[in-house]
Design a protein around this ligand. Structure first.
Ligand code: PBG
Length: 345
């Protein structure tokens, strides 16, 4: 219909549409207003940087599926941690990448004081003291020749299984070695039953009462760990579904968290983050201890890949992804983007 001279112009009042009284847009009018009313605040203090230290390399080695992330030498690790401290990051989480010849079915290099991870921890604690919290990944998968997070055994029917309780003995040896090397925080990520109680008891018996535990409590068997496997040169064949959780399940996360807190976890974690924000919210609502979440390798890699194609804006998408993890209830967020984000916060 054209608006010829004979027709009345459109007038919304004729339609009796009520004038809005509540105008939520008032609080979105300018950046200062938006920042004043923002419910969720992200600061560098919320961020933990996962890092890799590798044995037998002379210079940092890029990880092709994790743009901007490298396997460090001990020296380049120190420099990268210094940079993280400068931008205000309070904690780094260290993973070790041993040489293939140092892997065995038990993962024994993980409790060797001269193993790559323990050397890295010792070096960082010596360089930085208490200026940054040094967290260690307490899990066997980087150190076992078969790549599983625990040791293998045969069940009574001849099937190969990950032996829970034998694995706990190795975790305790690894934990004590990491604490001896200077780790402030241990992060057991292997999803064995009873691992927190075993590690806590082992630490206490060794005089490490002040070393704390961030438990990977609700850790799912996720396809989003793909790039990490390249990052650590994983030897894994098969999958981790007999110990990591089924993505279909919600309730068992709450059980895992309750158990870990009862066993002595000082902090709990949900992992991955983005596909499990519902779990994170529930855990944050019920946990009596701080709650962390891990934006895993695949989450980081997807954002980088889309940005490299020009499909999304890298910085904006990364910030939004991490902010939503914070909004869902994580107080600590492990992310490979920690330094990039901290520079922009
Ligand atoms: C196991 C471990 C994994 C990650 C952290 N610790 C891999 C796995 O469970 O298969 C994944 C981290 C990431 O994908 O960024 N020790």
């Amino acid at each position: 219909m054209s608006n010829s001279g004979t027709e009345k112009p459109f007038d919304i009042n004729e339609f009796n549409v009520p004038t809005p009284v509540r105008r939520p847009r008032r609080l979105r009018t300018n950046p200062v207003m938006r920042s004043m009313v923002a419910e969720t605040r992200l600061t560098p203090k919320n961020l933990i940087l996962p890092m890799f230290v590798a044995d037998g390399i002379d210079e940092p080695k890029p990880i092709s599926s994790l743009p901007g992330v490298v396997q460090h030498t001990e020296d380049s690790l120190v420099e990268a941690v210094r940079e993280a401290i400068e931008v205000g990051i309070p904690c780094v989480d260290l993973f070790g990448v041993p040489k293939d010849e140092d892997k065995d079915p038990e993962g024994s290099d993980s409790w060797n004081p001269e193993g790559v991870l323990n050397r890295g921890l010792r070096r960082l604690r010596k360089e930085f003291g208490d200026d940054v919290l040094i967290m260690a990944d307490t899990c066997l998968d980087e150190f076992t020749s078969h790549g599983h997070c625990g040791v293998l055994n045969q069940d009574r029917y001849g099937a190969t299984v990950v032996d829970n309780d034998h694995t706990l003995e190795n975790y305790v040896k690894m934990a004590v070695a990491q604490a001896d090397a200077g780790a402030h925080i241990l992060s057991p990520s292997g999803m064995m039953d009873g691992q927190i109680a075993a590690i806590r008891a082992g630490l206490d018996a060794a005089g490490h009462q002040n070393v704390s535990i961030m438990a990977y409590s609700a850790k799912y068997a996720s396809a989003f760990y793909g790039p990490f496997r390249e990052a650590v040169g994983s030897s894994l064949q098969g999958d981790r579904r007999t110990y990591q959780q089924d993505p279909a399940n919600r309730r068992e996360s709450l059980l895992e968290v309750e158990l870990d807190i009862a066993e002595g976890a000082d902090m709990v974690m949900v992992k991955p983050a983005m596909s499990y924000l519902d779990i994170l919210r529930e855990v944050a609502d019920m946990s009596a201890v701080p709650v962390a979440a891990y934006q895993v390798s695949g989450e980081y890699a997807m954002i980088h890949a889309a940005a490299a194609n020009g499909w999304i804006d890298l910085d904006a998408a990364m910030m939004e992804a991490v902010l939503s993890i914070r909004r869902a209830g994580a107080e600590q967020i492990l992310t490979y983007a920690a330094v990039d984000l901290a520079k922009k916060l």
